[in-house]
Design a protein around this ligand. Structure first.
Ligand code: NCD
Length: 318
C-alpha cells in the first residue's frame, strides 16, 4: 500500500507507486462528479496557500477536498493578501498555517520552496508548483489523462512542445514518463530547451528521446502531443517574449497533416500557442485533463492524510 508523507517532486516515486496513485485516482470518478458520497477526509482541513496565480490547480485541490468530506481554507494571493506582503518568511508562514490545517498545498515562485516548507511543517506539504522546478500533482494528472485516453502509457511516442526551459509541469511530466517504456520528442524554440538536470534523468534511465525545434517535423511520429505556453513572467528580458511569441503555433491544420489522430494535452492556460480550432479536433483532451486534476488531488490528499486503506476499500468495492 502506498505511503507518502509529502509530495515535493516526482523524482522519488517509482512506477509502481505512480500506477497505484493513478488507480486510486481513477476510482474517484463518481465521487468527483458528485454521483456518490465519500467522506473519508471528514474533520480534515486543507490549506491552499498560493503565492502565484492559479485557476485549475487551486480549485481542483479544493474541489477534491470538499468532495471527500473535508474542509478548505484558502489564500489565493499570498504575496499581496497575507503577511508575506509585510515581509513574513516562508518558515514563519508555514509554522503558522500548520496550526490551522492538516495538509498544505503550496504554490511558490522559487524553486525549492516546497522542500524548504517540508522542513518547517508538522503537516504534509503538497507541492502545487515551485518556480521553474516541479509541479508533481499536474504531472500525475497528465499521466492519468494519457492513460485514460490511450489505454495505458507504455509503448507510446510522446511529443512535448513549448517553453521546456521554464515549465515546471513538463519537468515533472518528463520525470514521471521516464518510468515508462516511452519514446520522447522534446520540441522547443531555440533557447527554450529542456534543462540538463531533466535530460540527465532521461539518460540515467535509458529513455529514448529526441530534441527538435519544430512541431511540424514530429507530428507524424507521435501518439500524444503535450503543448505548453511560453512562461513570459519567468523571462529575464521581456524582449525575448516578443521575439518568440507566435513563432510556435499549433492548429488543427497542422495536426491534420499527421496520418493518425494525436491526443492533445495542455496544462493550460493557453495564450496563443494552441489554436481554438483544435477544440474541434478528435484528439483534443485538455478539458477532460482538467477534470482529472480533481481525481489525482483527491487521491493524494487521502494518501498523505493516512486514509489510503479507506480509499482503497472504496475503490475495490465500487
Ligand atoms: C501551470 C503552472 O502554474 O505551472 N498551470 C497549471 O498549473 N495548470 C502552467 C502555467 O502556468 O502555464
Amino acid at each position: 500500500m502506498i505511503e507518502l508523507e509529502n509530495l515535493v517532486s516526482l523524482k522519488n516515486l517509482s512506477k509502481v507507486e505512480i500506477n497505484q496513485i493513478l488507480y486510486l485516482a481513477e476510482g474517484l470518478e463518481d465521487v468527483a462528479k458528485g454521483h456518490e458520497s465519500l467522506d473519508i477526509l471528514k474533520n480534515k482541513v486543507l490549506a491552499t496557500f498560493f503565492y502565484e496565480p492559479s485557476t485549475r490547480t487551486r480549485l481542483s485541490f479544493e474541489t477534491a477536498m470538499l468532495r471527500l468530506g473535508g474542509w478548505v481554507v484558502s489564500m489565493a494571493d499570498a504575496k499581496s493578501m497575507s503577511s508575506v506582503w509585510k515581509g513574513e518568511t516562508l518558515g514563519d508562514t508555514i509554522r503558522t498555517i500548520d496550526n490551522y490545517a492538516n495538509v498544505i498545498a503550496l504554490r511558490h515562485p522559487e524553486a525549492g520552496a516546497a522542500e524548504e516548507a517540508v522542513s518547517y511543517s508538522k503537516v504534509p506539504i503538497l507541492n502545487a508548483g515551485d518556480g521553474t522546478n516541479e509541479h508533481p500533482t499536474q504531472a500525475l494528472l497528465d499521466l492519468l489523462t494519457i492513460k485514460k485516453q490511450r489505454n495505458g502509457i507504455d509503448g507510446l511516442k510522446i511529443g512535448i512542445a513549448g517553453d521546456l526551459k521554464h515549465t515546471r509541469s513538463t519537468n515533472s511530466l518528463t520525470i514521471g514518463l521516464s518510468n515508462y517504456d516511452v519514446e520522447l520528442f522534446l520540441s522547443s524554440p531555440e533557447g527554450f530547451e529542456t534543462s540538463d538536470w531533466i535530460l540527465d534523468i532521461l539518460n540515467n534511465k535509458g529513455v529514448k528521446y529526441h530534441q527538435n525545434h519544430s512541431v511540424k517535423e514530429m507530428v507524424d511520429k507521435i501518439d500524444v502531443l503535450y503543448v505548453c505556453r511560453i512562461q513570459k513572467e519567468r523571462l529575464e528580458n521581456k524582449s525575448e517574449y516578443e521575439n518568440i511569441k507566435g513563432k510556435y503555433f499549433i492548429d488543427k491544420a497542422l495536426l491534420e497533416e499527421a496520418s493518425q489522430v494525436i491526443t492533445i494535452l495542455h496544462h493550460l492556460p493557453r495564450i496563443g500557442e494552441l489554436a481554438e480550432d483544435v477544440d474541434e479536433y478528435a484528439g483534443a483532451a485538455y478539458f477532460p485533463q482538467t477534470f482529472n486534476g480533481v481525481l489525482i488531488r483527491g487521491a493524494l490528499l487521502a494518501i498523505v492524510l493516512g486514509k489510503t486503506r479507506e480509499l482503497e476499500n472504496y475503490v475495490k468495492n465500487r
